[in-house]
Ligand binder design. Structure first.
Ligand code: NAP
Length: 228
């Protein structure tokens, strides 16, 4: 299995690199030139392609021959970074490759998610902050996901809850819609978010799904397990 990890130098990306290497996968990592040193721990074990993740030439080279592409979608800046990254992956990954993308719970695929007041408030604040500063553009990640949902590639969009650091607790559980009781705890270990992304590569049941995930040891996940 050869996989490309787009955004490999970030926290989520580095966890994904670890999980992929643990499984014996060949790894190509894409990250900004200035962040290459963040991947020093993996020197000699992965191929690093420096460059902006929305640089189509960088992505074209990086995903060549890959069976899977794991993409950290981040809404940085005001130049459609997220949508550009997603589009390049959709355009250049080989036909049939598994494409796994990360985003937050605020993304909705079918409009049936029920968002809490606090999540709505946070999104509103992030949108307002982004418009004022041009540091982030929440709508860019929304547009990236709209393009993914419309594509006929073998995609999965993994929607993360709030994240925390810590030892792995195991594979997160998931549900179709934010607002479902099993997700109420709204917390996942970042290491396990990465695990879910990696495991999704080989889970065809997740193709064309946008699972919203939560830690398997959280109160809401355990309560659901008891009920069933
Ligand atoms: N943080 C949360 O609570 C949370 C909650 C739910 C879902 N998520 C999702 O989880 C994923 C990872 O999020 P994370 O918060 O854990 O972040 P992360 O893994 O630390 O990743 C941040 C990424 O953004 C890149 N980046 C940072 N500043 C940038 C800039 N100015 N221009 C371009 N790229 C830049 C980083 O690259 P460098 O290494 O080059 O800096 C890195 O690849 C995202 O898809 C996010 O939507 C996060």
């Amino acid at each position: 299995m050869k996989v490309c990890i787009v955004g490999a130098s970030g926290k989520l990306g580095q966890y994904m690199v670890r999980h992929a290497l643990d499984r014996g996968y060949e790894v190509v990592g894409v990250c900004r030139e200035r962040s290459v040193s963040k991947l020093d721990a993996f020197k000699g074990r992965i191929t690093v392609m420096p460059g902006a993740t929305n640089d189509r030439n960088v992505i074209k080279k990086a995903v060549a021959g890959c069976d899977g592409v794991l993409t950290v979608l981040v809404p940085w800046g005001a130049n459609h970074y997220s949508a550009g990254t997603a589009q390049a992956v959709l355009d250049y990954a080989r036909p049939g490759a598994r494409l796994i993308f990360s985003c937050g719970w605020h993304i909705t695929r079918d409009g049936k998610d029920v968002f809490s007041q606090s999540l709505k408030r946070d999104e509103k604040l992030a949108r307002w902050f982004g418009r004022l500063t041009h540091i982030v553009d929440i709508d860019d990640q929304v547009e990236a996901c709209r393009r993914i949902f419309a594509s006929n590639t073998r995609w999965t969009v993994v929607r993360g809850s709030d994240l925390e650091e810590g030892e792995s607790q195991g594979l997160p559980v998931w549900s179709q819609h934010v607002g479902d009781p099993i997700l109420a705890s709204n917390m996942t270990r970042r290491i396990d978010y990465a695990l879910f992304m990696i495991v999704a590569l080989k889970n065809d049941a997740l193709i064309h799904q946008a699972p919203a995930i939560v830690g398997c040891r959280t109160t809401s996940a355990l309560a659901h397990a008891t009920v069933n």
